[in-house]
Design a protein around this ligand. Structure first.
Ligand code: PEP
Length: 255
Protein backbone atom coordinates (compact mmCIF):
# COMPACT_ATOMS: atom_id res chain seq x y z
CA UNK A 1 0.00 0.00 0.00
CA UNK A 2 1.56 3.28 -0.98
CA UNK A 3 0.57 6.26 1.14
CA UNK A 4 1.65 9.79 0.31
CA UNK A 5 4.17 10.81 2.98
CA UNK A 6 3.37 13.66 5.31
CA UNK A 7 6.10 15.67 7.02
CA UNK A 8 5.12 18.31 9.56
CA UNK A 9 7.36 20.72 11.42
CA UNK A 10 6.50 21.47 15.04
CA UNK A 11 8.08 24.83 15.80
CA UNK A 12 6.99 24.59 19.46
CA UNK A 13 7.54 27.88 21.36
CA UNK A 14 10.18 29.20 18.99
CA UNK A 15 10.53 32.12 16.56
CA UNK A 16 9.73 35.78 16.71
CA UNK A 17 8.20 37.20 13.56
CA UNK A 18 11.63 38.24 12.24
CA UNK A 19 13.09 34.78 12.85
CA UNK A 20 10.06 33.07 11.34
CA UNK A 21 10.28 35.16 8.16
CA UNK A 22 13.91 34.16 7.73
CA UNK A 23 13.14 30.47 8.27
CA UNK A 24 10.21 30.60 5.89
CA UNK A 25 12.21 32.33 3.21
CA UNK A 26 14.69 29.42 3.34
CA UNK A 27 11.88 26.87 3.16
CA UNK A 28 10.24 28.58 0.19
CA UNK A 29 13.47 28.23 -1.76
CA UNK A 30 14.17 24.65 -0.74
CA UNK A 31 10.73 23.00 -0.82
CA UNK A 32 9.71 23.18 -4.46
CA UNK A 33 6.04 22.94 -5.48
CA UNK A 34 5.06 19.55 -6.84
CA UNK A 35 7.10 17.46 -4.40
CA UNK A 36 5.27 14.12 -3.74
CA UNK A 37 5.03 14.76 0.00
CA UNK A 38 2.46 16.68 2.05
CA UNK A 39 4.29 19.31 4.10
CA UNK A 40 3.05 21.48 6.96
CA UNK A 41 4.57 23.86 9.46
CA UNK A 42 2.87 24.13 12.85
CA UNK A 43 3.71 27.56 14.19
CA UNK A 44 2.95 29.36 17.44
CA UNK A 45 -0.43 31.16 17.41
CA UNK A 46 1.17 34.61 16.99
CA UNK A 47 2.69 33.54 13.68
CA UNK A 48 -0.34 31.90 12.05
CA UNK A 49 -1.59 34.90 10.08
CA UNK A 50 1.79 36.20 8.86
CA UNK A 51 3.10 32.72 8.07
CA UNK A 52 -0.14 31.88 6.27
CA UNK A 53 0.58 34.81 3.96
CA UNK A 54 4.21 33.69 3.47
CA UNK A 55 2.98 30.24 2.44
CA UNK A 56 0.86 31.63 -0.40
CA UNK A 57 2.06 30.18 -3.67
CA UNK A 58 3.83 27.24 -2.02
CA UNK A 59 2.62 23.68 -1.40
CA UNK A 60 3.41 24.00 2.31
CA UNK A 61 0.35 24.01 4.57
CA UNK A 62 -0.24 25.85 7.81
CA UNK A 63 -0.64 24.05 11.13
CA UNK A 64 -1.26 24.92 14.78
CA UNK A 65 0.02 23.19 17.91
CA UNK A 66 -3.10 23.20 20.06
CA UNK A 67 -6.79 24.08 20.04
CA UNK A 68 -9.45 24.35 22.74
CA UNK A 69 -12.64 22.33 22.32
CA UNK A 70 -15.19 24.99 23.30
CA UNK A 71 -16.43 27.19 20.48
CA UNK A 72 -16.21 30.58 22.23
CA UNK A 73 -16.51 32.33 25.57
CA UNK A 74 -14.72 32.92 28.86
CA UNK A 75 -11.67 30.69 28.35
CA UNK A 76 -8.76 33.07 28.89
CA UNK A 77 -5.69 32.15 26.90
CA UNK A 78 -7.42 29.62 24.67
CA UNK A 79 -8.08 29.50 20.91
CA UNK A 80 -11.05 27.81 19.22
CA UNK A 81 -11.25 25.63 16.13
CA UNK A 82 -13.24 28.33 14.30
CA UNK A 83 -10.49 30.88 15.02
CA UNK A 84 -7.82 28.53 13.66
CA UNK A 85 -9.89 27.67 10.60
CA UNK A 86 -10.38 31.39 9.90
CA UNK A 87 -6.58 31.78 9.99
CA UNK A 88 -6.35 29.12 7.21
CA UNK A 89 -4.99 26.45 9.53
CA UNK A 90 -5.27 23.00 7.93
CA UNK A 91 -3.57 20.80 10.54
CA UNK A 92 -3.62 20.84 14.33
CA UNK A 93 -1.29 18.85 16.58
CA UNK A 94 -3.22 17.35 19.50
CA UNK A 95 -1.85 15.27 22.35
CA UNK A 96 1.82 16.16 22.02
CA UNK A 97 3.73 14.68 24.97
CA UNK A 98 4.63 18.20 26.14
CA UNK A 99 0.91 19.02 26.38
CA UNK A 100 0.25 15.74 28.19
CA UNK A 101 3.17 16.07 30.61
CA UNK A 102 3.75 19.78 31.23
CA UNK A 103 0.12 20.90 30.94
CA UNK A 104 -1.48 17.74 32.31
CA UNK A 105 -3.86 17.20 29.38
CA UNK A 106 -5.98 14.11 29.96
CA UNK A 107 -7.33 11.57 27.49
CA UNK A 108 -10.86 13.01 27.86
CA UNK A 109 -9.70 16.53 27.13
CA UNK A 110 -7.69 15.37 24.13
CA UNK A 111 -10.67 13.50 22.73
CA UNK A 112 -12.77 16.68 22.90
CA UNK A 113 -10.01 18.63 21.19
CA UNK A 114 -9.61 16.07 18.40
CA UNK A 115 -13.35 16.13 17.78
CA UNK A 116 -13.56 19.95 17.81
CA UNK A 117 -10.77 20.23 15.22
CA UNK A 118 -12.20 17.56 12.92
CA UNK A 119 -15.74 18.94 13.24
CA UNK A 120 -14.28 22.37 12.52
CA UNK A 121 -12.99 21.15 9.16
CA UNK A 122 -9.28 20.79 9.97
CA UNK A 123 -7.01 17.76 9.99
CA UNK A 124 -5.52 16.43 13.21
CA UNK A 125 -2.11 15.01 14.00
CA UNK A 126 -2.80 12.98 17.13
CA UNK A 127 0.40 12.18 19.07
CA UNK A 128 1.03 9.09 21.16
CA UNK A 129 4.19 7.78 22.78
CA UNK A 130 5.61 5.97 25.78
CA UNK A 131 8.05 7.09 28.47
CA UNK A 132 11.40 5.35 28.74
CA UNK A 133 10.40 3.54 31.95
CA UNK A 134 7.25 2.27 30.22
CA UNK A 135 9.32 0.92 27.32
CA UNK A 136 11.78 -0.66 29.75
CA UNK A 137 8.87 -2.26 31.62
CA UNK A 138 7.61 -3.81 28.37
CA UNK A 139 4.38 -1.79 28.41
CA UNK A 140 4.87 0.27 25.22
CA UNK A 141 1.91 -1.16 23.30
CA UNK A 142 -0.35 -1.03 26.40
CA UNK A 143 0.41 2.67 26.76
CA UNK A 144 -0.04 3.46 23.07
CA UNK A 145 -3.23 1.38 22.90
CA UNK A 146 -4.65 3.29 25.87
CA UNK A 147 -3.72 6.69 24.41
CA UNK A 148 -5.39 5.76 21.11
CA UNK A 149 -8.53 4.49 22.83
CA UNK A 150 -8.77 7.53 25.11
CA UNK A 151 -8.23 10.19 22.46
CA UNK A 152 -10.12 8.72 19.51
CA UNK A 153 -13.65 7.42 19.04
CA UNK A 154 -15.23 5.56 16.12
CA UNK A 155 -17.55 8.57 15.58
CA UNK A 156 -14.66 10.66 14.22
CA UNK A 157 -14.14 11.75 10.65
CA UNK A 158 -11.01 9.61 10.45
CA UNK A 159 -10.19 10.59 6.85
CA UNK A 160 -8.56 13.73 8.24
CA UNK A 161 -6.67 12.01 11.02
CA UNK A 162 -2.93 11.32 11.14
CA UNK A 163 -1.27 9.54 14.06
CA UNK A 164 2.23 10.56 15.17
CA UNK A 165 4.18 7.97 17.12
CA UNK A 166 6.62 9.92 19.28
CA UNK A 167 8.47 7.93 21.94
CA UNK A 168 8.85 10.50 24.71
CA UNK A 169 12.45 9.41 25.37
CA UNK A 170 13.33 10.37 21.79
CA UNK A 171 11.82 13.88 21.73
CA UNK A 172 14.48 16.56 21.77
CA UNK A 173 17.03 14.15 23.21
CA UNK A 174 19.04 13.32 20.11
CA UNK A 175 18.18 9.68 20.77
CA UNK A 176 15.88 8.13 18.20
CA UNK A 177 13.98 4.85 17.93
CA UNK A 178 15.66 2.29 15.72
CA UNK A 179 13.81 1.55 12.48
CA UNK A 180 12.78 -1.82 13.96
CA UNK A 181 11.39 -0.21 17.12
CA UNK A 182 9.49 2.38 15.07
CA UNK A 183 8.12 -0.19 12.62
CA UNK A 184 6.91 -2.47 15.40
CA UNK A 185 4.87 0.30 17.06
CA UNK A 186 3.62 1.72 13.75
CA UNK A 187 2.32 -1.72 12.72
CA UNK A 188 0.56 -1.98 16.09
CA UNK A 189 -1.04 1.46 15.64
CA UNK A 190 -2.20 0.54 12.12
CA UNK A 191 -3.84 -2.60 13.43
CA UNK A 192 -5.62 -0.60 16.15
CA UNK A 193 -6.81 1.97 13.61
CA UNK A 194 -8.19 -0.83 11.41
CA UNK A 195 -10.01 -2.18 14.47
CA UNK A 196 -11.50 1.21 15.31
CA UNK A 197 -12.30 2.60 11.85
CA UNK A 198 -12.24 -0.45 9.53
CA UNK A 199 -9.66 -2.16 7.32
CA UNK A 200 -9.65 0.56 4.66
CA UNK A 201 -8.84 3.25 7.20
CA UNK A 202 -6.13 1.03 8.65
CA UNK A 203 -4.52 0.82 5.21
CA UNK A 204 -4.82 4.46 4.25
CA UNK A 205 -4.20 6.30 7.52
CA UNK A 206 -0.81 7.96 7.71
CA UNK A 207 1.36 7.32 10.74
CA UNK A 208 4.27 9.71 11.27
CA UNK A 209 7.33 8.99 13.34
CA UNK A 210 8.62 11.75 15.61
CA UNK A 211 11.55 11.99 17.99
CA UNK A 212 14.91 13.48 17.02
CA UNK A 213 14.37 12.96 13.29
CA UNK A 214 17.36 14.52 11.52
CA UNK A 215 18.77 14.50 8.00
CA UNK A 216 21.13 11.69 9.05
CA UNK A 217 18.47 9.23 10.24
CA UNK A 218 15.43 10.21 8.16
CA UNK A 219 16.06 7.86 5.23
CA UNK A 220 16.24 4.68 7.33
CA UNK A 221 13.14 5.60 9.33
CA UNK A 222 11.14 6.60 6.24
CA UNK A 223 12.06 3.29 4.60
CA UNK A 224 9.99 1.36 7.19
CA UNK A 225 6.80 0.06 5.55
CA UNK A 226 4.43 1.56 8.13
CA UNK A 227 6.24 4.90 8.58
CA UNK A 228 4.50 7.50 6.40
CA UNK A 229 6.47 10.61 7.20
CA UNK A 230 7.66 12.51 10.21
CA UNK A 231 6.70 15.02 12.88
CA UNK A 232 9.85 17.07 13.28
CA UNK A 233 10.69 19.39 16.16
CA UNK A 234 14.22 20.80 16.42
CA UNK A 235 15.25 20.03 12.84
CA UNK A 236 12.22 21.90 11.47
CA UNK A 237 13.78 25.15 12.72
CA UNK A 238 16.67 24.81 10.25
CA UNK A 239 15.41 25.16 6.68
CA UNK A 240 18.11 22.94 5.14
CA UNK A 241 17.54 20.15 7.68
CA UNK A 242 13.76 20.21 7.32
CA UNK A 243 14.04 20.21 3.52
CA UNK A 244 16.44 17.29 3.64
CA UNK A 245 13.97 15.25 5.77
CA UNK A 246 11.20 16.05 3.26
CA UNK A 247 13.43 14.87 0.42
CA UNK A 248 14.23 11.65 2.30
CA UNK A 249 10.46 11.00 2.58
CA UNK A 250 9.98 11.66 -1.12
CA UNK A 251 12.80 9.24 -1.93
CA UNK A 252 11.21 6.54 0.22
CA UNK A 253 8.04 6.72 -1.90
CA UNK A 254 9.79 6.42 -5.21
CA UNK A 255 11.66 3.31 -4.11
C1 PEP B 1 8.36 16.99 18.49
O1 PEP B 1 8.36 17.97 19.19
O2 PEP B 1 7.28 16.57 18.05
C2 PEP B 1 9.63 16.36 18.18
C3 PEP B 1 9.62 15.20 17.60
O3 PEP B 1 10.78 17.04 18.56
P1 PEP B 1 12.28 16.67 18.11
O4 PEP B 1 12.26 16.39 16.64
O5 PEP B 1 13.07 17.88 18.45
O6 PEP B 1 12.68 15.46 18.89
Amino acid sequence: MSRRPFVAGNWKMNCTLVEARELMSGLRKLVQPGIPVDVAVCTPFTLLYPMGRELDGTDIKLGAQNCYFESKGAFTGETSAAMLKAANVEYVIIGHSERRQIFGESGDLLRSKVKACLDGGMSVIYCVGELLEQRDAGSTTDVIGRQLAEGLGDDLDHGRLTIAYEPVWAIGTGRTATPDQAQEVHAFIRERMAGLFGADAGNTMRIQYGGSVKPGNAAELMACPDVDGALVGGASLVAEDFASIILASAAAVSR
